[in-house]
Design a protein around this ligand. Structure first.
Ligand code: FAD
Length: 414
């Protein structure tokens, strides 16, 4: 950390940086993981292979996920037969920290591993678990998630894609949107309306749909922030026949899966935001040594220095709030911190990117300019545009504010 930042941060925080210690058992777990990662992690060349969407699995990524599975490092909290080692919650937190520090992906199909596999485990029949769960964990199949529709995003319960039960199969008609990786996925976990007369939360079911079924039409559309990576799709369903045994969970009880599926790993998600903000801060500090539009080192600008120091404080606050929420979670207590971390985390990273692009001036518009490959990919402007994506899924910033106001602060509904 440069002196200018350390001085300002110490002035505001008292002391820097915060370090928390773990017990010997946890540190032994960390040491085992770190030495395993040192010996087995994907190479730079593998990580550089272009990834075309969140359901595109290059060969090396399939092998890597399989290696994690075989060695009990894919979902450490699960038993060995499911790619884990029955790790305690604290050990799982250490695992997520170490993976995130190194930016090592667990899976190139995060919705499959993070949302759909736990849903299959919780709600699947024995046959569904056999057909889908292990192949998902071993990266033999890739998934997309069909929740959002043109008229149903934040208000998911308004979804209209209709599934009519006709003997031994459903007939599905309708449209999904923002379906990440649909064009590369083998299967879709699709939320459909099966009872149009019931109150809107009660007539929803979840179907496992084979993306190769006649009548399924995924139409990818490009993203403004990265022309080389096409993840979003509209998916149209026209008279799609889905076998009845592909109903996941009970008929008309799909709403439970919406909450349940997205809740998985939520207690650990803050680690992503905390480390993203740390990484963004390091990029800002490095930017300080570059020359600005006026020909002087950017760090000589006092507003830039004050902003970066304030982001340092925010980044420390994120980490500490995450640890505090996690320790409450371990004791079985409510952890309102988790509702705040997504909002605070995604918006903090967004403000950091804006600070970088303003400090760099017009040079930030050029993907080939100094500072390219700032934050995961691209220039400061590209990185800034990408941060908008982080403020939407899993509940937009406005929805998070509603939750905090009503459930954390106890304010009346607006
Ligand atoms: C990177 C990314 C990946 C995604 N992947 C998937 C996927 O794989 N599968 C899938 O199904 N969906 C996916 N989505 C869609 C995502 O779930 C929706 O974007 C999200 O639920 C918001 O819905 P919407 O876009 O329809 O916005 P809307 O719900 O229409 O909201 C529009 C605006 O109104 C505001 N608003 C809405 N309701 C309220 C309210 N009650 N109070 C205050 N403000 C409100 C919102 O905050 C927002 O600013 C993805 C989105 C992103 C950005």
């Amino acid at each position: 950390m440069p002196t200018w930042l350390a001085e300002r941060a110490t002035q505001w925080l008292g002391s820097v940086p915060v370090k928390l210690k773990y017990g010997p058992k946890e540190e032994a777990f960390r040491a085992e993981l770190v030495s395993w990662l040192e010996a087995n992690s994907p190479t730079k060349e593998q990580l550089a292979v272009p990834r075309l969407s969140s359901a595109h699995l290059p060969d090396w990524a399939r092998e890597w996920q399989r290696t994690l599975f075989d060695n009990g490092w894919l979902v450490p909290g699960w038993p060995p037969e499911l790619g884990g080692r029955n790790a305690s919650p604290t050990e799982q937190m250490i695992y997520f920290e170490e993976m995130k520090k190194r930016e090592i992906p667990r899976s190139y199909n995060p919705q499959g591993l993070g949302i759909i596999a736990p849903s299959l485990l919780d709600y699947g029949t024995e046959e569904q678990k056999e057909q889908f769960l292990l192949p998902t964990l071993k990266a033999e199949i890739a998934w997309s998630l069909g929740m959002s529709e043109p008229g149903a995003g934040s208000d998911l319960a308004s979804l209209k894609t209709r599934a009519v039960l006709d003997g031994d199969h459903f007939v599905v008609n309708g449209q999904k949107v923002w379906t990440s990786g649909a064009h590369h996925s083998d299967w879709n976990m699709c939320f459909v309306r099966t009872d149009p007369d019931a109150p809107k939360h009660k007539g929803i079911s979840v179907l496992i749909i084979d993306m190769k079924t006649p009548g399924v039409d995924p139409r990818p559309f490009p993203e403004l922030s990265d022309p080389h990576y096409t993840d979003f799709n509209e998916v149209f369903f026209s008279d799609v026949i889905v076998p009845r045994e592909n109903l996941l969970g009970e008929l008309n009880q799909g709403w439970a899966l919406a909450g349940g599926s997205l809740a998985h790993e939520r207690a650990m998600l803050w680690i992503d935001y905390a480390y993203d903000s740390k990484r963004a801060l390091n990029h800002l500090v490095a930017l300080g040594d570059q020359l600005g539009a006026d020909g002087r080192p950017i760090k000589e600008d006092s507003k830039f220095r004050a902003d970066v120091a304030s982001f340092y404080v925010d980044s420390q606050a994120l980490m500490l709030m995450g640890y505090r929420g996690f320790s409450k979670f371990l004791k079985g207590r409510a952890a309102p911190e988790h509702s705040m971390l997504k909002l605070f985390g995604s918006e903090t990273v967004q403000k950091m990117m804006l600070c970088g692009l303003e400090a760099q001036g017009v040079a930030s518009l050029d993907d080939d300019a100094l500072g390219a490959k700032v934050y995961r990919t691209g220039s400061w402007i590209t990185s800034y545009m990408r941060t908008f994506g982080g403020t939407l899924p899993g509940g937009t910033s406005e929805i998070q504010r509603n939750i905090i106001a009503e459930r954390v602060l106890g304010l009346p509904r607006g």
